[in-house]
Write a protein that binds this ligand. Structure first.
Ligand SMILES: [Ca+2]
Ligand SMILES: [Ca+2]
Length: 104
């Protein structure tokens, strides 16, 4: 029982700074203002300041490939190009936030 308590405390100590850091960025639900499940250019600019993710093909939606181009060290796609055209969703958004925090 003592060991479990120590593990719980250690886990909390390790997890807390990560949670505190993530607080600097909006959650995906907050970022996705029109709640369509993808990030458009405006939503990306507002929720990911400093990322400067550009909508390279000008379709109004941020794709995984476009996010990768703009954030150093970010890897969202498999090797196939089809994947790169897929829009950034919630899981991708979390990866972007983590990459930005690593780069900060
Ligand atoms: Ca949206
Ligand atoms: Ca685009």
């Amino acid at each position: 029982m003592k060991i479990i308590q120590v593990i719980t405390l250690l886990t909390a100590a390790v997890a807390f700074p990560v949670l505190a850091q993530q607080g600097e960025y909006a959650s995906f639900q907050e970022a996705d203002k029109n709640a369509d499940g993808v990030l458009n250019t405006e939503e990306a600019m507002e929720s990911l300041p400093g990322a400067e993710i550009s909508d390279a093909n000008d379709d109004g939606v941020i794709s995984k490939g476009e996010a990768e181009e703009s954030v150093s060290g970010l890897k969202l796609t498999a090797s196939d190009a089809q994947d790169a055209a897929a829009p950034v969703g919630e899981a991708d958004y979390r990866m972007i936030v983590q990459a930005l925090q690593r780069n900060a």
